[in-house]
Design a protein around this ligand. Structure first.
Ligand SMILES: Oc1ccccc1CN[C@@H]1C=C[C@@H](O)[C@H](O)[C@H]1O
Length: 331
């Protein structure tokens, strides 16, 4: 519809407004996506298992379709993600006989994967989530016990960023994580990026996923995280923003639509969050929603299979919610 003002247009010159998409959503609602977003992230179709399912087979069809759609509409493109413990095939970490692969073998495979994928989109993908979710949530633990850590060792992050920078020196290289405003995890992320920078590692940004909910994290906690990460001198992207109607441990399944109170809370949350983002616009270059509208949210079914959720500024019929107007009113 023509009467709804463009979300990215309202933030022109402030920061990019992005959405996580798939070939299915750009085919189904490409016009809507181009109207409101000027940055795209492939929700799944640029992940290791999708693009490089077997050692000698790459499949770029879906990733190419998303990249071409972004270019056609003059949108920025974020690459997600090269090194992650999820959605990565087991073969990466194994010898032919299934035994753990050596450090050299895994690094060689990483060089091949990053070289092929980043090489293909060189100059087209301006920011890469080089490493996703390397920090352990559990208190007292630091690096997540992943196959990357087990096979390559403690320096796998430094290696990944150095490899990525060699392949595409023009790309901004990000460390991306969730629960990134929790004070304990925030301090571990800070320690990690601080140590990478101190070693001269080419880390250009921190991706704050922003998987939040109606009840938290408190806006002051988000502010403290933004301040701490920005103090490292890196750029900030909000990479996967959505506001769940439920706390993470709330497994209720009785709702088929948000209550009026939930709708009101969503409006107030987006209003305060975008007010904060605008306050820190000098540090924030991009804000990406994890889905273009409620019709495409991963929270339908996570963490509770089969449960609906309504976390985004546009509803399941792509109509702007009151939350959309509260985001716009600040611009
Ligand atoms: O919010 C979480 C809770 C537990 C584990 C992971 C996450 C977030 N994990 C994100 C979510 C969806 C995926 O599509 C993204 O690639 C991933 O970065």
């Amino acid at each position: 519809d023509t009467k709804t003002p463009s979300l990215h247009g309202a933030y022109a010159g402030i920061f990019n407004i992005g959405a996580a998409v798939s070939t299915r959503t750009i085919r189904r609602e490409g016009g809507f996506i181009a109207a409101h977003y000027n940055s795209l992230t492939a929700e799944n179709q640029m992940k290791f298992e999708e693009i490089h399912p077997e050692e000698n087979r790459y499949d770029f069809a879906a990733a190419d379709e998303i990249a071409e759609f972004a270019e056609k509409h003059g949108m920025a493109l974020r690459g997600h993600t090269l090194v992650w413990h999820n959605q990565t095939p087991d073969w990466v970490f194994e010898e032919k006989d299934g035994s753990p692969a050596s450090r050299e073998k895994v690094l060689e495979r990483l060089r091949d994967h990053a070289g092929t994928v980043m090489g293909r989109y060189k100059g087209r993908i301006s920011a890469w989530d080089v490493v996703n979710e390397a920090i352990e949530d559990k208190s007292g633990a630091y690096l997540r016990e992943t196959k990357w850590l087990e096979t390559v060792g403690e320096d796998y992050l430094e290696q990944a960023f150095r490899i990525a920078h060699e392949i595409d020196p023009s790309a901004q290289l990000f460390y991306n994580d969730y629960n990134e405003t929790d004070p304990a995890k925030r301090d571990k992320i800070h320690r990690l990026v601080r140590s990478l920078l101190d070693a001269g590692t080419p880390v250009h940004g921190i991706g704050m996923q922003g998987h939040w909910n109606l009840y938290g994290p408190p806006i002051e906690e988000i502010r403290e995280a933004i301040e701490l990460y920005a103090s490292l001198g890196v750029r900030l992207h909000i990479t996967e923003l959505d506001i769940s109607a439920f706390r993470f441990d709330d497994r209720r399944t009785d709702l088929l639509a948000p209550t009026n109170e939930m709708e009101e809370l969503l409006t107030r949350r987006y209003e305060e969050i975008f007010r904060l983002f605008r306050e820190y616009r000098s540090a924030i270059d991009s804000v990406t929603f994890w889905g273009a509208a409620d019709s495409g949210t991963w929270l339908d079914g996570f963490p509770v299979r089969g449960r609906l959720n309504w976390p985004l500024p546009f509803d399941r019929e792509l109509k702007p919610k009151p939350a959309f107007w509260s985001i716009l009113d600040q611009a």
